[in-house]
Every structure is written in structure tokens, then in C-alpha cells.
Design a protein around this ligand. Structure first.
Ligand SMILES: Nc1ncnc2c1ncn2[C@@H]1O[C@H](COP(=O)(O)OP(=O)(O)O)[C@@H](O)[C@H]1O
Ligand SMILES: [Mg+2]
Length: 239
């Protein structure tokens, strides 16, 4: 069973009378344990596709099976439930709460889910250790580097144990060194815990960490294969 199965997914945005088609018949399967980089020019539909995958937005047409369930026709409340259980999100901005320390930031989704404070803190501490920040739980977010803040955001995204991590430009605000630090954590989560990952990036160096590269152009998939088999990549390497 695929973790993600999209069939014939289309999506348009309407602004007033103008209909802008964005996704054209996307077919995409992602297996449990896969690690997919999603690339494409600005405006090609990457974020729109991520929003559909993340149940933050809805396709106009086609079918979506997530984690064995047909979620195509489910209502927003059901989508929220499935999303909370199944998906961790990471964005370009870390979105940590400034007035809470690192441990409290990571524990927060569990407190919302009704877990007791003591259990939430234990679980949050476990996640901080997994992203290499076991010692920094007491710090405030502004006392961390950008790379460390993004690792906290990853810990928070995974505190409910979702099988899927969706990351939209997670290293977009980071320099080369801290980018590598964040990617090392993502790679390790995939390798050691079998976490399924879909990451949007415009950097081929980031995409090379993935097992699979999907390229979007004008709302269609134009390449789907190993990063090393991508024509552009081959050209770059040969140049
Ligand atoms: N909420 C929206 N309303 C109207 N148009 C949108 C909306 N979101 C995205 N679009 C349009 O859809 C196209 C694809 O956008 P997006 O998925 O953000 O691309 P990418 O992430 O690849 O840069 C763009 O032309 C964008 O202007
Ligand atoms: Mg985008």
C-alpha cells in the first residue's frame, strides 16, 4: 500500500471571474519510507501540490488516498483529524513561539491533544534528542541558530509520531553550513526511522539528499526518478 496515491489531481484558483489552472492531472505515488525532493520553477505548482498532499487544500478533480484511506471526499473536520495523525509540516520560517522555551515549543502539540504535561515533556525531550538538541530544551528560540531553530521545528512536527513529513523549502532561510545540519537530521529520520519525506526545494544540492526527484513544470510532472538520472543534473555534473 502506498502512503500517498494521487490520481488525476487537478486544481485551479479562482480570483473574481478569472480561473487559473495550476495542477493538471497529477499522478503520484509515494511509498512508505520514500524520500522525495520536489523541484520546479517558481509558480509551477509545488506549494499547491504540497497543500493538497497535506490536506490544507483540496483538489478539484481526481482521487487522493492517504495512508490507506480515501480522503478525496472527506470534510474539513475529518481532514484536520487525519492531518494531525498522519502529517508533520515544516516550512521555510520556523514559526516557533518566542515566549516559550524550546522544550515547551516541542511539547505544545501534545498538550493540545490532551496529553499530560509530564508525558508531553518526556516525549518532547525524546524528540529533541533525535534532532541532536537534547541539551538545549531550556533555551528560548532566539538563543538558537537558524539551523537549530529549524531542528526544533522538525522535532515539534514529529512529536505526534506522524508517518509523513512534508517540508516546503525547509532550508530556504539557512546558510550552507546550517542547511547541511538540518539535512543530516532529515536524512537520519528517513534512514533510521523509515519516516516518509517530501521536501520542496529549489537547490539541487538539497534534492541530491533525496532518493527520488520529482520535477514539476506548468503544473505537470516532467521528471520522476533518481536525482542522478535527471538530465539537468547530468549536465551540471558533466559541465
Ligand atoms: N491562493 C491562491 N489564489 C490564487 N492563485 C494562487 C493561489 N496560490 C497559488 N496561486 C497561483 O498558482 C500558481 C502556482 O503557485 P504555487 O503552487 O505557489 O507555485 P510554486 O510553489 O511552485 O512557486 C501561481 O501562478 C500562483 O500565482
Ligand atoms: Mg512555493
Amino acid at each position: 500500500m502506498s502512503l500517498i496515491a494521487l490520481e488525476g489531481v487537478t486544481k485551479s484558483y479562482r480570483t473574481g471571474d478569472v480561473l487559473t489552472p495550476v495542477l493538471f492531472g497529477i499522478d503520484l505515488r509515494v511509498e512508505q519510507g520514500d524520500y522525495v525532493a520536489l523541484m520546479g520553477p517558481s509558480g509551477s505548482g509545488k506549494s499547491t501540490l504540497m497543500n493538497v498532499l497535506g490536506l490544507l487544500d483540496r483538489a478539484d478533480d481526481g482521487h487522493y488516498h492517504l495512508n490507506g484511506q480515501d480522503v478525496t471526499a472527506q470534510n474539513a473536520a475529518r481532514h484536520a483529524e487525519v492531518r494531525n495523525k498522519t502529517i508533520g509540516f515544516v516550512f521555510q520560517s520556523f514559526n516557533l513561539l518566542k515566549r516559550m522555551n524550546v522544550l515547551e515549543n516541542v511539547a505544545l502539540p501534545l498538550l493540545y491533544a490532551g496529553v499530560s504535561r509530564s508525558r508531553a515533556k518526556l516525549r518532547a525531550q525524546e524528540l529533541l534528542a533525535q534532532v541532536g538538541l537534547a541539551e538545549l530544551g531550556h533555551r528560548m528560540p532566539n538563543q538558537l541558530s537558524g539551523g537549530q531553530q529549524q531542528r526544533v521545528a522538525i522535532a515539534r512536527a514529529l512529536v505526534n509520531r506522524p508517518p509523513l513529513l512534508l517540508a516546503d523549502e525547509p532550508t530556504g532561510n539557512l546558510d550552507t553550513k546550517t542547511t547541511e545540519e538540518v539535512l543530516a537530521v532529515i536524512d537520519q529520520l528517513n534512514r533510521e526511522q523509515g519516516l516518509t519525506i517530501v521536501v520542496v526545494t529549489h537547490e539541487i544540492d538539497v534534492a541530491r539528499h533525496a532518493k527520488r526527484l520529482v520535477r514539476l513544470k506548468d503544473g505537470k510532472i516532467v521528471f520522476d526518478g533518481a536525482p542522478s538520472q535527471d538530465a539537468r543534473e547530468t549536465k551540471e555534473v558533466g559541465a
